[in-house]
Design a protein around this ligand. Structure first.
Ligand code: AN7
Length: 359
């Protein structure tokens, strides 16, 4: 029968480019292979001739790009005999760690900032059976504690300081090159710890050095204005933003990300919370794609730089949408200003509601 072989995850697909052996037990949930969607309506709204694609990483198994790195980190942790993993997280890493630990049959300990993670992510970590430790402090404080604890307890850190995380995450760049037949001119990402922008650059570099592609993108990292250490040029001690996923003031891949900017001739910039939410709303309303606030930072920044001409017309741009909009229903509902319509359960009442709301 002419069936294509079943897609069983990125480690299987890219095993020649990842640090696994033939007999490695692969811990996978079918991550990767996410859609690269061309925006049909937003370029026209901007009034610019550009090709914008979004890489919808929110369609990974736990709803964020973290799964690309987590499958590698957990696969290697299990290979090395580890029985437990630990991370600090603004939410998505904890959801992913919890799921892959469940899959592997090991324990996940996750440290989260009390009251500052989106509801969907908390639900995931709890449902998958992780030991959830809320701390009265932010992500950066949690990250420091995790590093200290791991020196004294038999736990494997699965934050992006674990090198296997970036190895897994570089595969997103491979997928983009394979679909477009080349690297884009610009690749825009939201930046928190800066692991993902670093991983993407590793992927683009690898395909370029291996002669698979002969161009490389400018890497552009956007931060939330209240949590923008790359714009301040130094660590930020009290990061704040509605985009809780990137509420990070002490990025773990600080040095690597500056190298990425340098080598790719890219840049960093910041977006106000209102700009981030407006981009999220525009994407949902005008293109039918729902991402979480942090993810919309890539599009918010790209739209601004397209409008100003910093990203010139004729460019091919990829924006990574790092996480699914369903992760954070509270911030979504809070920003929908038009009230829901409630009427009697009659044909007349519904008809009136429809006619009253026709364009
Ligand atoms: C949706 O979950 O750091 O720059 O602990 O969840 O690689 O850190 C999340 C980060 C962007 C930033 N978008 O990526 C965590 C965590 C979303 C995210 C980022 C995160 P990096």
């Amino acid at each position: 029968m002419p069936f294509r072989s079943r897609y069983i995850g990125l480690i299987d697909k890219y095993r020649d480019r990842l640090p696994v052996h033939d007999d490695t037990r692969i811990i996978s949930l079918g991550e990767g292979n996410t859609p690269l969607i061309r925006l049909n309506n937003i370029p026209g709204i901007l009034g610019k001739e550009v090709d914008i694609y979004v890489k919808y990483e929110g369609l990974n198994p736990t709803g964020s790009f973290k799964d690309r790195g987590m499958c590698m980190a957990v696969t290697k942790a299990v290979e090395e005999g580890s029985k437990s993993i630990i991370c600090a997280s603004t939410g998505n890493t904890s959801a992913s760690a919890a799921a892959y630990a469940a899959r592997a049959g090991i324990t996940a300990y996750v440290l989260i900032p009390e009251g500052k993670i989106a509801m969907g992510k908390l639900a995931q970590a709890m449902m998958h059976g992780a030991i959830v430790i809320q701390i009265k402090g932010n992500f950066d404080a949690g990250m420091q504690i995790v590093k200290d604890v791991a020196e004294h307890a038999p736990v494997t850190i699965v934050n992006s300081i674990n090198p296997y995380r970036l190895q897994g995450q570089k595969t997103a760049a491979f997928e983009i090159v394979e679909e477009l037949g080349a690297a884009p001119d610009y690749h825009c990402l939201p930046v928190g710890n800066a692991g993902n922008i670093t991983a993407h650059w590793m992927g683009y570099r690898e395909y370029h050095e291996n002669g698979i592609v002969n161009n490389r993108p400018h890497m552009v990292g956007y931060q939330a204005a209240g949590s923008a250490p790359f714009m301040r040029g130094k660590m930020v001690d009290d990061p704040e933003t509605i985009a809780t996923a990137i509420r990070i003031g002490h990025p773990q891949s600080w040095d690597k990300a500056w190298v990425v900017r340098e080598e790719s001739e890219g840049w960093f910039d910041e977006c106000a919370d209102e700009e981030i939410l407006a981009a999220q709303k525009m994407l949902t309303e005008k293109e039918g794609i729902f991402c979480e606030p942090a993810s919309a930072t890539s599009l918010a920044g790209a739209m601004r730089d397209i409008k100003s001409g910093k990203i010139p017309e004729g460019s091919k741009i990829v924006c990574t949408l790092t996480g699914n909009g369903l992760k954070d229903p509270d911030s979504a509902i809070a920003q929908c200003t038009s009230p829901m319509i409630t009427v009697e359960a009659t044909m007349d009442a519904v008809k009136r509601a429809i006619l009253d709301n026709m364009d």
